[in-house]
Design a binder for this molecule. Structure first.
Ligand code: AMP
Ligand code: MG
Length: 268
């Protein structure tokens, strides 16, 4: 599987209609599942190595429209890893205290430390998505944020963080089915807000905001990947592969043993 085709080249003007949320599914469902199983096993090893070496930091940003699959991606892709080295940060509407600071304040505090993976379930990108679509601040304010975000991510990478950003791309029809499922199943009601319908009605405005985000903030140091999200098995396999390639690119090593371990035996 080639992951480059999902990666947004820096400066490229993105039209989401050029990306197929179904993908062409080269191979059947079981082939994708086998692919994911292999990546998943490798990811567990790589995360152990990242933690043991204690040198690198990995930040994975997940963004999507409502019901785009962020929660299930976290469960499937990061669930098998050792929770000791993985922290999930979920960003909801800011609290009073958070609103009293600049919008990156709460985000910076959740960035990963050495040896750790941080997964952002939503992120600072909400400040150019919902904030833009719902005019929560004037355009003169949000339009400056693309540059701030690129600079902020540059700061993180200069200081040793590797950043991967994943946009889960689903179709409007797929969102309808997933939202309907949340209405039809009592065990899913907790995920549904009547407000989700008002958000769905702004689908086109969200597309514009996602396209601007992808066009302005995919950089060499912090690339965006547009991952087809309609089929969960393909989605998981593609994300698994992207993460394996990213972590293998770090060329990590287990730390050297302490001097003088040769021949040591544990006494009874
Ligand atoms: P959920 O992920 O369904 O629990 O919803 C969280 C809600 O918080 C979403 O509607 C987000 O768009 C919203 N949210 C997250 N970050 C921000 C932000 N910076 N400003 C306003 N709303 C936000
Ligand atoms: Mg929601």
């Amino acid at each position: 599987m080639k992951t480059e085709k999902y990666r947004v080249a820096p400066g490229k003007k993105v039209k989401l209609s050029d990306f197929d949320p179904d993908d062409e599914l080269d191979g059947d469902k079981s082939a994708w599942k086998a692919h994911f199983a292999a990546s998943s096993e490798r990811l567990v090893e790589l995360q152990e190595l990242l933690y043991a070496e204690g040198k690198h930091k990995l930040l994975v940003v997940l963004q999507a429209i409502d019901a785009g699959g962020k929660d299930s991606t976290i469960r499937k892709v990061f669930g098998p890893m050792n929770p000791q080295g993985v922290k999930v940060a979920t960003f909801k509407a800011p609290t009073e205290e958070e609103l009293g600071h600049d919008y990156l304040w709460r985000v910076h505090a959740r960035a990963p430390g050495r040896g750790n993976i941080a997964v952002f379930n939503r992120s600072h990108y909400e400040d150019v998505l919902i904030v833009r679509v719902k005019n929560l601040v004037p355009k003169a304010v949000w339009s400056k944020r693309y540059d701030h975000i690129n600079d902020f991510e540059r700061l993180l990478t200069d200081e040793g963080t590797t950043i991967v950003k994943i946009f889960l791309h689903i179709s409007k029809k797929e969102q309808k089915e997933r939202l309907q499922d949340r209405l039809d199943r009592p065990d899913k009601h907790w995920k549904f807000r009547k407000d989700d319908l008002a958000e769905r009605a702004r689908w086109d405005e969200y597309e514009d905001a996602f396209e601007a985000m992808l066009s302005k903030t995919s950089t060499d140091h912090a690339p965006w990947y547009v991952v087809p999200g309609n089929h969960k098995w393909a989605r998981d396999a593609i994300i698994g592969r992207i993460l394996v390639e990213t972590l293998e690119g770090l060329d990590m090593q287990y730390p050297p043993a302490e001097e003088g371990l040769e021949g040591l035996e544990i006494p009874d």
